[in-house]
Design a protein around this ligand. Sequence first.
Ligand code: IPE
Ligand code: IPE
Ligand code: MG
Length: 251
Amino acid sequence: MKAATSPAARSGGGDDVPNHVAIIMDGNGRWAAARGLPRGAGHERGVEALRRTVEAAGDLGISYLTVYSFSTENWRRPAEEVNALFGLLRAYVRRDLDRLRDKGVRIRIIGERESLPADLQELVQRAERETAENSDFHLTVAFNYGGRDEIVRAARRLAQDVIDGRLMPGQIDEAGFAGKLDTAGLPDPDLLIRTSGEQRTSNFLPWQCAYAEIVFANPLWPDFGGVALREAVDDYRARERRFGDVAPKAG
Ligand code: IPE
Ligand code: IPE
Ligand code: MG
């Protein structure tokens, strides 16, 4: 990022603020269980944490925020919980779309769409359409998302291009492959955060996070917000990224 004009410089955060932060929002169920509440109550509080975090990310000078909201593996949960999670995405888009659009936020939803209820598919299409011209901040929600599923769907698109004669197998390269993923056009995450102390990535952005710095944060997702995000960013800023190269010389 260039110093004078970067969002990081505007916020006073400095040049090494991550451009793209991805978050595995985990721990809603444990948050609720600790209070004797049903899991759904944790998911509801999780939406509030998301609102706080979007706000805080913008203030810190982060330009891209991608959040893991429902995985392809989360279908294994009881139908009641799955439906509640669908309902929360519906409510979030309905309630927050106008405000996010007016604030210059571009919304994208990544993941497999066809298995979602028709009204939800329409709603996420509307959110993307109505914010397509925005570029101040990029909020991407991974819903019915699985990294392996995304890679398989990308491989199918490439195979179809080969069958249709648009592409030779030898022409497939990393950039071309990335261009067939749901995240086409998005920069790779610089920082991946998982809340709730769990130390795994659970099928989230495996291609895109190949060189992301990872922070495992202890707060359960409903307790997350600006302070915890700032801590993760500070941790990131103290690291040295090498991308396979040797360490830069001191001074
Ligand atoms: C994250 O919280 C939300 C989703 C995965 C949908 P969890 O529901 O996984 O909460 P824990 O991990 O059971 O505490
Ligand atoms: C990852 O959390 C998925 C989301 C946060 C949406 P999970 O709670 O589903 O992951 P595991 O099962 O603990 O690995
Ligand atoms: Mg979990």
